[in-house]
Design a protein around this ligand. Structure first.
Ligand code: PA5
Length: 475
């Protein structure tokens, strides 16, 4: 994408927080006075994030990903070209931060029925992200791919995640049985120096490997090789994705929340959370953006859901992310959002111009209830419904705001991802928590190790076995 300065401005992602304000929501809205009273906190959060940019030891390496990867990008593009030539399928084996990003970018930037397109109309091999250990799913994936013609990108920072490593064991066994040298069909994306995938790679005589930098945690890794390799294989313009992120970084330089969209979103959400709005709905009006909600849910929930502040005080903060899709969920969840408890903030993701307009032909002229639709386009319809839902929520006194992508492409998606990452970093700083750890997730990982007999977890295994369900409570 040739990004002139005027095209960048045209494609700028914006935040419209009109419907968060008391001007439009009355006493249910946030006043300018309340915003002003959070200025100091917002400035401090901005300062914390700016001063610690790129610091690996704080897991803030993600801030620099738009700038420090030119050699890696060149390598990824060359590798992607080879993969496209050689393989019929590309399968990501990973989970959490090692899978949600690739799945989100695929859905956002590829044809919605990509795998069903004939080969001549696809820019790359068929694409699958296997982020579960549902045995049926694994078996049924194997029903539709030929492993010998498949490139498996095993993504795991630790190389110790049971789900991913179980998948790896299955596919490496299948490849060996099919007479394939594993290293021909496998690419690892993993930590720089630690982790089992490095050892495995060495045992196999050197598997192609990409590095997930030390200071980049899983949920902040989409703009690292974790997301860039799968995207490049799909023919996604990864340079524009990174340029979009850098552009949003530039738009968020100011410590003044009114001039910094990510800081404004973080401050609004922080104020709302302090007022008991413990649910954050993300509602894209686009099927392409549907999985942005899954990616964001992890980023927001795993980063902010914490029980202790950095100075050791108990806190129990966080906001439960809810995934909704416009317009589909207008016909289900929106009833609750409009009339249920005042415990939510709804964030709409709107699209300025959709890739397709899809005209609605005239017809049913004798039935006014239907005929009025003729002559419009589906783009007009979805945009009208987006506006109508925001209007209805506002009339009902419900906090909502809109992030608008002028169109969906690599440059705007890059902006959106970086906006959410910065918003999360600012919000974490406001709560004074460790935004980058995940002891709750790791507790589950360790309990799984114990249950499946990993050495060193005997004590926990005993504890878990003692916690068997009590028959007295099974009905
Ligand atoms: O954000 C996180 O850290 C987690 O969701 C991890 O990405 C997830 O648990 C997978 O871990 P790993 O990449 O080590 O396999």
């Amino acid at each position: 994408m040739k990004l002139t300065e005027s095209l960048r401005k045209e494609l700028r992602v914006t935040v419209d927080y009109t419907n968060m304000t008391d001007k439009y929501l009355g006493d249910k809205g946030i006043s300018a006075k309340t915003l002003d009273s959070h200025k100091k906190l917002a400035r401090a959060a901005h300062a914390y994030v700016s001063e610690n940019r790129g610091r690996d030891e704080l897991f803030m390496g993600w801030t620099e990903l738009p700038y420090n990867q030119s050699a890696i990008v060149a390598d990824i593009l060359a590798t992607a070209k080879l993969i496209r030539r050689k393989f019929d399928n590309f399968v990501v084996l990973g989970i959490g931060g090692s899978a949600l990003g690739p799945a989100m970018a695929y859905t956002a930037l590829c044809h919605l029925h990509y795998n069903d397109l004939p080969k001549s109309k696809r820019r790359g091999p068929k694409f699958f992200v296997e982020d579960n250990v549902d045995p049926v799913r694994m078996k049924q994936l194997l029903d539709v791919i030929d492993v010998t013609k498949t490139c498996f990108n095993v993504i795991s920072k630790s190389g110790a995640t049971s789900e991913t490593m179980a998948q790896y064991l299955i596919i490496s066994d299948l490849l060996t049985k099919a007479g394939v040298n594993i290293k021909e069909n496998v690419i690892f994306t993993t930590d720089a120096s630690r982790g089992n995938l490095i050892k495995i790679s060495e045992e196999l005589g050197g598997v192609k490997r990409y590095v997930l930098p030390d200071g980049v945690g899983g949920r902040f890794s989409e703009l690292s090789p974790v997301g860039l390799l799968p995207a490049a294989v799909l023919g996604i313009d990864i340079k524009s994705l990174l340029k979009g992120a850098a552009y949003m970084d530039k738009l968020c330089k100011s410590p003044d929340m009114r001039k910094n969209p990510a800081l404004m979103c973080a401050t609004l959400q922080y104020i709302a959370m302090q007022d008991g709005k413990n649910i954050g709905v993300l509602m894209p009006y686009s099927d392409n953006l549907k999985y942005v909600s899954d990616w964001y849910a992890q980023l927001w929930a795993e980063s902010l859901g914490k029980n202790v502040t950095l100075d050791g005080k108990a806190c129990h903060v966080g906001q439960t992310p809810v995934k909704a899709l416009g317009v589909t969920d207008q016909h289900s969840q929106v009833q609750l959002y409009t009339e249920g408890p005042f415990d939510k903030v709804v964030t709409f993701l709107s699209v300025g111009s959709y890739k397709e307009k899809t005209p609605i032909p005239h017809g049913c002229e004798n039935i006014p209830d239907v005929a009025f639709l003729g002559g419009h386009t589906m783009e007009e319809l979805i945009k009208a419904e987006n506006k109508a839902t925001a209007y209805a929520l506002t009339k009902a006194g419900r906090l909502n705001y809109t992030i608008c992508l002028p169109e969906i492409n690599e440059f705007t998606l890059g902006q959106l991802l970086y906006l959410f990452e910065l918003q999360t970093a600012y919000a974490g700083a406001m709560f004074n928590i460790d935004t980058y750890n995940q002891p709750g997730v790791e507790a589950g990982k360790k309990a799984t190790f114990a249950l499946l007999g990993k050495p060193g977890y005997d004590l926990q295994k005993r504890d878990l076995n003692a916690a068997e369900a009590d028959p007295a409570y099974i009905i």
